[in-house]
Design a protein around this ligand. Structure first.
Ligand code: 5GP
Ligand code: ZN
Length: 114
C-alpha cells in the first residue's frame, strides 16, 4: 500500500528501530512510547485491521502473537507481565490502518483502559 506508514517502515522507506523480523512479520519500537517498552508487531501483508482478517489469516495473526510474547520473554517481561493490544477501528482509537499488535510493558498498568 503506497501511502501506508507501516508498509513504508517494512520497506525501509521511513526509518524506525526494527527489533524483530522474519519472512512474515516485523517488530519495531513505537515512535511515541507509552511505557518503558512499547513495540509494534506488524504483518508484512497489508491488512487494515483485525476486523478484516479472514480465516486464512489466522496462522499469520497467531504467529504475530507468538513472536510478540517471545520478544517479551527476551526483554525480561516474563515475571512482571505486559499488555498486548489490538486497537480495531475508530472507537478503539486505531490511528494507523495496518494491523499492529502493541506490546507494552515495564510499568504497572491500569484497567479499564481509557
Ligand atoms: P494505534 O492507535 O493505531 O493502535 O497505534 C498506532 C501507533 O503507531 C501509535 O502508538 C503511534 O505512536 C505509532 N506510530 C505512528 N506513526 C509511527 C511512525 O512513523 N513510526 C513508529 N515507529 N511508530 C509510529
Ligand atoms: Zn500497510
Amino acid at each position: 500500500m503506497k501511502e501506508c506508514i507501516f508498509c513504508k517502515i517494512i520497506q525501509r522507506e521511513i526509518p524506525s528501530t526494527i527489533v524483530f523480523e522474519n519472512e512474515n512479520l516485523v517488530g519495531f519500537n513505537d515512535i511515541n512510547p507509552v511505557a518503558p517498552q512499547h513495540v509494534l508487531f506488524v504483518p508484512k501483508k497489508h491488512l487494515e485491521k483485525i476486523h478484516d482478517m479472514s480465516k486464512d489469516d489466522s496462522l499469520l495473526i497467531g504467529e504475530l502473537v507468538y513472536h510478540a510474547k517471545e520478544y517479551a520473554r527476551k526483554i525480561n517481561l516474563t515475571e512482571n507481565g505486559y499488555r498486548l493490544v489490538f486497537n480495531t477501528g475508530r472507537d478503539a482509537g486505531q490511528d494507523v490502518f495496518h494491523i499492529h499488535l502493541h506490546l507494552i510493558g515495564g510499568r504497572i498498568m491500569t484497567w479499564p483502559p481509557g
